[in-house]
Design a protein around this ligand. Structure first.
Ligand code: FES
Length: 90
């Protein structure tokens, strides 16, 4: 879950030119990693953390942990924090 209100306040802030929202960039990163069907990214209302120049994100697998993702953060690292890649089975 990505806070839509934080995203609106940043007017983008992510992606190569900083023009895209976190949810959009996360979806693109999942698609590029071939994991688009494993995880859904949804924008929700205010989650109550309200960081300055960052976007709040929460993973349903770790509901007790909120991330304040700073503007321009590396989305691959954010994705790794939110949803570690499943271990490959031999
Ligand atoms: S505005 Fe995003 S957590 Fe409150």
């Amino acid at each position: 879950m990505v806070c839509g209100k934080c995203s609106r306040k940043l007017h983008g802030g992510f992606g190569r030119k900083g023009k895209h929202g976190l949810a959009e960039v996360l979806k693109d990163a999942l698609k590029a990693a071939g994991r688009r069907r494993e995880m859904r990214v949804i924008e929700v209302g205010c989650l109550g953390l309200c960081p300055k120049r960052a976007v709040t994100a929460v993973s349903s697998t770790q509901p007790g942990q909120m991330l304040a993702v700073p503007e321009g953060a590396d989305v691959v690292q954010v994705l790794a924090r939110l949803s570690p890649a499943p271990a490959s089975t031999p």
